[in-house]
Design a protein around this ligand. Structure first.
Ligand SMILES: Cc1ncc(C[n+]2csc(CCOP(=O)(O)OP(=O)(O)O)c2C)c(N)n1
Length: 683
């Protein structure tokens, strides 16, 4: 094997880093093979994104072979570095390295690219393909996920506090991002926070190819990205492309070495490339971004690469064998890490048990015992109840970590006995996300991918700002809790800009997301317990205003877990009234009057429609007997209730700036309205 020892003194490389990269002809051949496979895979299915995968093959290969600490034989190794492909459209960039490194992804999987049921879907999907650390495709999300992963690493390291063994928790997060990712606001929000928090374990390679879909990026993107990132507090290293247009591998290698040794800053490597290099006609063109290159251009490209133009899906066995040796190195790195972990366990069993507790499933018995209780006759805003619950649970459940987008007191997420997370206080429990709701959501996804049970809070109305991230929590089925407070016109005088109307209905449309709107303190406590038990994405929707206690603690724990339950039943009920959150007490008030008038009703508290729908038919029929007409009441858009209800009392207009009592009256969400609806249905 011929070994090429490359040295670089690229004038564009800041600092003094010089690469002494071992790069053999087999490495070269592996990269050429990857470029051709990228072109072939898109050509075969007839759609996809060949250009970027061709161009970035050397960059991704360098990362997977020489920098990433990973073990392809054990993609879930706890000590691994993480790789996030923020440019999800270039999924082949990742699939090709998984194939070359020896992850369970075969040539046939590459041939099945983007076809039904394949392991190689159009964009990388977490939980579907081994080695895919997060689902990407919506541009910018990946960078923010990576910020979350890097934060999770820092928090874990600080909580575990392993002293001289702390290096066990020094894994890094590498990201490949493009112009699109850096144009998206979510990446700016997340990068700003990453700089502030001095996330030196985060390295973003920015593929500066000056091309997106509409054409050259200077159609809309002319700022100095490097200056912007410097202003965020990042190190920025520029890696110019080679004279022939290809990526300068040794310069990139040196930049990565420099980035890995950063002690106080995240690093952006601004790496120039030429999309679709080395396709003779289509390199550097927007056309190569998202269309097959065509047979002739692929044949010509293969000639440039020194490959047989007549052979598709060519595998250079010697190069593949060489690339797969990364598995041997990876297994060694993992076994060294494990040996050191074992050694630490021997020397510091208390420290190790902190780690074990963090890695274990949360202890539900301890959590149940810690839950606060609200007695009949008391009143509490559910956001305040949630704060009491969180404060009671954080010590028992070290996996819980979160904060708010500058509303921690309002949202009730402040952990009172703990400080604020800073670059020098990673053990603290209060994350201040700043007013960056979208990044908060995407960072929560990263925290969950990093093994934690994160929560993040803002006003329900601003869930709109974070919807892109919420959708991905749901798609990945991550145990993320969105704490959304100030959940209706009940917030009062802040007026219609702050009063959610359509939000509950619209969030309920997201598959796999449970929306939980508790009626009182006990339902709130029970909701948290069920959230922890289920480990799934949840929007926890809480009131600003005090609500009377309508349940008992012990029954709420069983009842809330079922999503909906009979809070009051009557043997001669003439209707069922379903209510959620603050409207449950309204329904009870109406029920009192109806009973006095000789027309009793059942009242169903339905904190979570999704959990209710997981119950068997018998239970659902018991709660909502088909024989009784149904009235639903909720201070929000009516649309989502018609699948159950014959009449819905809700709000299909914007609110106003006024006292809550006036608003409920004006919007028609009243006990009288419920009574009238029941009467109407029984006429
Ligand atoms: C949030 C979001 N908006 C739009 C798209 C559609 N889209 C996919 S790739 C792309 C262009 C990305 O350009 P760049 O990052 O430069 O990628 P390259 O052309 O270099 O592959 C667009 C607009 C998307 N995937 N996500």
């Amino acid at each position: 094997m011929k070994v090429i020892r490359l040295g670089s003194n690229s004038p564009n490389l800041e600092g003094n880093a010089v690469s002494a990269l071992m790069w053999s002809d087999l490495d070269e051949r592996a990269v050429r093979m990857a470029r051709a496979l990228a072109a072939d895979a898109v050509q075969k299915v007839g759609n996809g994104h060949p250009g970027t995968a061709m161009a970035l093959a050397p960059c991704a290969y360098l990362l997977f072979q020489k920098h990433l600490r990973h073990n392809p034989a054990n993609p879930h190794w706890a000590g691994r570095d993480r790789f996030v492909l923020s440019i999800g459209h270039s999924s082949l960039t990742l699939y090709l390295q998984l194939f070359l490194s020896g992850y369970p992804l075969s040539l046939d999987d590459l041939k099945a690219f983007r076809t039904a049921g394949s392991l190689t879907p159009g964009h990388p999907e977490y939980g579907h393909t081994e080695g895919v650390e997060t689902t990407t495709g919506p541009l910018g999300q990946g960078i923010a996920n990576a910020v979350g992963l890097a934060m999770a690493q820092k928090h874990t390291r600080a909580l575990v506090d392993a002293g001289e063994y702390s290096d066990l928790f020094d894994a890094k997060v590498f990201v490949l991002a493009g112009d699109g990712c850096l144009q998206e606001g979510v990446s700016a929000e997340a990068s700003s926070l990453a700089g502030h928090l001095e996330l030196n374990n985060l390295v973003v390679i920015y593929d500066d190819n000056k091309i997106s879909i509409d054409g050259a990026t200077d159609l809309s993107f002319t700022e100095s990205v490097g200056e912007r990132y410097r202003a965020y507090g990042w190190d920025v290293i520029k890696v110019a492309k080679r004279a022939n247009g290809d990526i300068d591998v040794p310069a990139l290698d040196a930049a990565l070495e420099q980035a890995k040794s950063s002690t106080s800053k995240p690093t952006l490597i601004q790496m120039e490339s030429t999309i679709a290099w080395p396709a003779p006609k289509l390199q550097g063109t927007a056309k190569s971004h998202g269309s097959a290159l065509g047979k002739d251009e692929i044949a010509a490209t293969k000639e440039v690469l020194g490959l047989d133009p007549a052979v598709d899906f060519f595998v250079d066995e010697a190069a593949l064998t060489h690339a797969r040796e990364v598995s041997v190195r990876g297994a060694l790195v993992e076994s060294e890490w494990q040996a050191r972990l074992d050694q630490w366990q021997q020397k510091d069993s208390a420290g190790f048990s902190r780690y074990a507790a963090l890695m274990a499933e949360p202890n539900l018995q301890t959590a149940t015992a810690a839950l606060p209780v609200w007695d009949a006759g008391s009143k509490v805003a559910t956001r305040k109840a949630s704060q009491a619950v969180l404060n009671a649970l954080v010590d028992a459940l070290p996996q819980l970590w979160g904060g708010s987008a500058d509303l921690s007191e309002s949202n009730g997420t402040l952990i009172e006995h703990s400080g604020s997370v800073t670059a020098s206080n990673w053990a603290a429990k209060n994350i201040h996300f700043g007013i960056r709701e979208h990044a908060m959501g995407a960072i929560l996804n990263g925290l969950a991918l990093g093994g934690l049970r994160p929560y993040g809070a803002t006003f329900l109305v601003f869930s709109d700002y974070m919807r892109g991230a919420v959708r991905l929590s749901a798609l990945m089925n991550l145990p993320v809790t969105y704490v959304w407070t100030h959940d209706s016109i009940g917030l009062g005088e802040d007026g219609p800009t702050h009063q959610p109307i359509e939000h509950l209905a619209s969030l309920r449309l997201i598959p796999q997301l449970a929306i939980v709107r508790p009626a009182d303190g006990n339902e709130t406590a029970a909701a948290w317990l069920e959230i922890i038990r289920r480990a799934q994405p949840v929007g926890l929707v809480l009131s600003r205003q005090d609500l009377p206690t309508v349940t008992t603690s012990s029954s709420a724990i069983t009842d809330v877990a079922r999503g909906g339950y009979l809070l009051r039943s009557h043997s001669s009920a003439v209707a069922t009234v379903i209510a959620t959150g603050s409207e449950v007490s309204l329904a009870l008030a109406a029920a009192d009057q109806l009973e006095a008038a000789g027309t009793p009703v059942n009242v169903v508290s339905m904190p979570c429609v999704e959990w209710f729908e997981h119950q068997d038919d018998d239970y659902q029929e018991q709660v909502l007997p088909a024989s009784l007409p149904i009235v639903a009441v909720e201070a929000g858009a009516t649309a989502s209730w018609y699948k159950y209800a014959d009449a819905v009392i809700g709000i299909d207009r914007f609110g106003a700036s006024a006292a809550p009592a006036i608003l409920f009256e004006e919007c028609g969400v009243t006990a009288d309205a419920i009574i009238a609806a029941v009467a109407e249905l029984n006429r």
